[in-house]
Design a protein around this ligand. Structure first.
Ligand SMILES: [Zn+2]
Length: 345
């Protein structure tokens, strides 16, 4: 429709136009962080019902399911499309399709992925990506942190090689977890956990089954259109620390195992730990050679059109993440900028 501005003499236009442009720039400048096309990828590990969360000795590792429920509602209500990584990488490659989207991925995969996480995404009718460490359902990767946590949670006192340790209060359980996990972390963690199980009369295999996702569970999820299965190595190794042959074995071995057990072609990969020092250009080349179509990190930030599919940034959600304002900070890209300034890459 023609407006009065269209009929004005030419000489009046530049001034009017400059003012309008400045005003428009100002408005769009303010709105830009919220409106420009972008994607935001989130990663978390375990999730627990709100009622259980407080009593978990390693609760920072869990996302509060009630919060996740509110977050999914909020994202859909504010116009964010929740998509698979297949769809996300397609959108990055085709700028006209970008719009605003979010992807959620669960790394490692535990029993709660099957029991709590996928059912919640199903209730919302939105997809979730599972990055499976195949040593978990195969029982070859000791879930020492999960086992240590559970023993601390259910006992008032535990036995350590140096003697008994009282863990009767939630605070004592949390402190003991932090101290022991820090002491065990590294190549000897599995052996130290095995000794801990022996001292405390814990059947390690039974404990593993209580926390691991199983191949039967994964088979049940495989054909769900809301579940996308990707790879996260065989043994959760820090890929950059391995020689090329071992690194390739972790990447291709995981992909082959997923195909053998589930008959599915895992297209996407997530590097364990995922910071800059954990995965470099050699490791990206190996992931490509192993047949993956993308690789995700845990560097914070948002994705835009043209994003390199081999260094996908993801924003980690953990137990401290219980506020939608922090979600908005991730969506705006502010946490990614802050992370780079602080050197958290
Ligand atoms: Zn992981």
């Amino acid at each position: 429709m023609a407006t009065s501005a269209d009929t004005r003499p030419d000489r009046a236009r530049p001034r009017r136009s400059a003012a309008a442009t400045a005003l428009s720039r100002g408005i769009w400048g303010l709105a830009d962080p919220l409106l420009d096309p972008r994607g935001c990828l989130f990663i978390f590990h375990r999730a627990a019902p709100h009622a259980d969360w407080d009593g978990l000795p390693n609760r920072e590792f869990y996302l509060d399911l009630d919060f996740l429920d509110r977050m999914l509602t909020h994202l859909v209500a504010t116009g964010w499309a929740i998509v698979t990584l297949d769809e996300a990488t397609e959108r990055m490659a085709h700028p006209g399709r970008m719009r605003r989207f979010v992807n959620f991925s669960v790394d490692d995969c535990y029993r709660d992925t099957f029991e709590h996480v996928v059912p919640l995404f199903r209730r919302h009718g939105v997809p979730v990506t599972l990055f499976v460490t195949t040593g978990i359902p195969d029982g070859t990767m000791p879930l020492w942190a999960a086992g240590l946590e559970e023993v601390l949670r259910i006992r008032d006192s535990v036995l350590l090689p140096e003697g008994p340790l009282a863990v009767a209060t939630p605070e004592a359980k949390r402190e003991a977890f932090v101290r022991l996990a820090r002491a065990w972390d590294g190549s000897q963690a599995g052996a130290r956990y095995a000794e801990f199980c022996r001292l405390n009369g814990i059947d390690e295999a039974v404990m593993h089954a209580r926390h691991a996702i199983s191949w039967e569970m994964l088979e049940a999820l495989r054909d769900d259109p809301l579940v996308e299965i990707g790879g996260h190595t065989v043994s959760h190794a820090r890929i950059a620390s391995l020689d090329a042959e071992a690194a390739y074995g972790e990447l291709a071995g995981c992909r082959e195992r997923l195909r053998a057990r589930l008959g599915c072609d895992a297209r996407h990969f997530a590097f364990p730990y995922g910071r800059r020092g954990d995965c470099g250009p050699r490791d990206v080349a190996l992931a490509r050679e192993a047949g993956f179509a993308s690789a995700a990190t845990t560097r914070k930030g948002v994705v835009r059109a043209g994003q390199d599919a081999w260094t996908l940034p993801r924003n980690t959600l953990n137990g401290a993440h219980r506020n939608l304002l922090l979600t908005e900070a991730h969506l705006s890209g502010a946490t990614g900028v802050a992370g780079r300034i602080l050197g958290h890459v």
